[in-house]
Design a protein around this ligand. Structure first.
Ligand code: GLN
Length: 463
């Protein structure tokens, strides 16, 4: 109860400057905290009992408004909850609220949210990253102990990097997506944003596992992720893909990567130069597949069963058109149009089928590399957090912020972002560790060893 009350007070104090929440669930938080106290008193607790968490507004929560950052779902109150949240709740975790995000998780800056700007706690003139911007900002601003996000092309790792927290995108199939509003179903994955690697391991342990309600979740056993945090990376083979360390990389990011490599060398890890030759095609491939899937997933928002319905319609078709025109923002409309075009007959083979083939090549690049190395180390994003408004009129520049995270989603494997330093201007910079499918243990171990050897994760944003 004390922890929950302290967090609610903190949210109230700093929220006007940050904007990480769409809904604060004050009453629910107090009720959860009371239940947790009873559980603790009876001795039936786990690491998560009574821990105040907040979740991206893409996760359905029974009886609590869930907007996905969109006007379309302004009034949507789901009749059931996402499995991932239910799992955390079953441990006695406390729900503080629902977090700000890009509309339908489409974006890299949180600027496409219909519910106002979210600011980077390290510099309030900068974006927190996206699409799980609120999830990262809330951890950095100490408004929640940990949060949940989703990652389709980088939406956990990129905001984690920009806000100086740990962000983990598990392997496709590792965590249930039941009750998570779908963006691009062959890429979406749920994961935690936390202050440090141990918290990430605890959260993943609670989240992972097969869910009969999600046919894409996989029934491989869930290991004890905390036991993987041995503190040593001696002999670990780390691959450095030449396509990710390109000339023109932001100098602060380059410096941070050089220092991280040096740290791992001191810890007796071994480095191997590798190549992921199809990297150049990843962004184009992603924006065909993700938009195609989005155009299909978003067809359900027609103003009939739930969500926004236009009032002034002349007939059914007019009602669909008006509801969708009013409910969706500009970026979502752009994606629906791109996706519909890529799937239309006559273009399907040239765009969608071609993109699927290139996706296979990208996946094979990773599998080949993992024949030789245990982990791959890269930057998370090409630059530190940029200014609010800097890229909002230039979708292509915005899309390029995910150049280093997107290939991982296309390959379906796991990766995480770990605080690794700061830019000259004082903005956090993360490093990315990519692991083999279902080998979250090794990236957690590598991240933990790095964290033990550095103090980046102990720095706090001053607000
Ligand atoms: N920025 C990427 C996009 O807009 C990734 C988003 C995500 O991972 N949800 O598609």
């Amino acid at each position: 109860m004390e922890a929950t009350k302290a967090m609610l007070a903190r949210i109230e104090a700093v929220e006007p400057q940050i904007g990480s929440f769409i809904t604060v669930t004050h009453g629910q938080a107090l009720a959860d905290a009371e239940a947790a106290d009873r559980r603790i008193a009876s001795g039936e607790m786990t690491f998560l009992t009574g821990i105040p968490l907040a979740i991206k507004d893409i996760f359905l929560t029974e009886g609590i408004r869930t907007t996905c950052g969109s006007r379309m779902l302004d009034n949507f109150i789901p009749p059931y909850s996402a499995t991932s949240w239910e799992k955390l709740h079953s441990h006695g975790a406390v729900l503080l609220g629902k977090l700000n995000q890009d509309e339908f998780a489409m974006g890299s800056s949180n600027e496409s949210s219909a519910f106002g700007v979210c600011r980077n706690p390290w510099d309030r003139t900068c974006i927190p990253g996206g699409s799980s911007g609120g999830s990262a900002a809330a951890v950095a601003a100490r408004q929640a102990t940990a949060t949940l996000g989703t990652d389709t092309g980088g939406s956990i790792r990129q905001p984690a990097s920009h806000c100086g927290c740990v962000g983990l995108k598990p392997t496709y199939g590792r965590v249930s997506r039941y009750g998570v509003i779908a963006y691009a179903s062959s890429l979406d994955q749920v994961g935690p944003l936390t202050r440090d690697v141990t918290d990430s391991a605890i959260m993943l342990g609670a989240l992972a596992g097969h869910d009969p309600k999600d046919s894409t979740s996989v029934a491989t056993p869930v290991p004890d992720y905390c036991a993987a945090l041995t503190g040593t990376v001696k002999g670990l083979r780390i691959g450095l893909p030449k396509e990710y360390f390109i000339a023109g990389l932001d100098p602060d990011v380059q410096k941070t990567m050089d220092a991280a490599i040096e740290t791992y060398r001191r810890l007796d890890a071994e480095f191997v130069d590798i190549s992921l030759p199809h990297t150049d095609y990843a962004v184009a491939t992603y924006y065909l597949i993700a938009t195609a899937e989005a155009s299909s997933n978003l067809a359900r928002y027609d103003g009939v069963r739930f969500g926004h319905r236009a009032e002034d319609a002349a007939g059914l078709l007019d009602m669909y058109t008006r509801s969708r025109s009013q409910g969706f923002g500009a970026e979502v409309k752009r994606r629906i149009m791109l996706g519909t075009y890529a799937l239309s007959s006559g273009y399907y083979d040239a765009y969608y089928v071609k993109a699927q083939k290139v996706r296979t090549l990208i996946m094979q690049d990773f599998m080949r590399a993992f024949g030789d190395v245990d982990v791959i180390l890269t930057p998370v994003a090409p630059t530190p957090a940029f200014k609010i408004g800097e890229k909002s009129d230039d979708p292509l520049q915005m899309y390029l912020s995910d150049i280093f995270t997107i290939p991982v989603n296309l390959a379906g494997t796991c990766a995480m972002s770990v605080p690794a330093g700061f830019s000259a201007a004082g903005l956090p910079i993360g490093l990315q560790l990519i692991g083999k499918p279902f080998d979250e243990e090794t990236i957690l171990r590598a991240a933990h060893a790095f964290e033990q050897a550095t103090e980046w994760h102990t720095r706090k944003a001053v607000i």
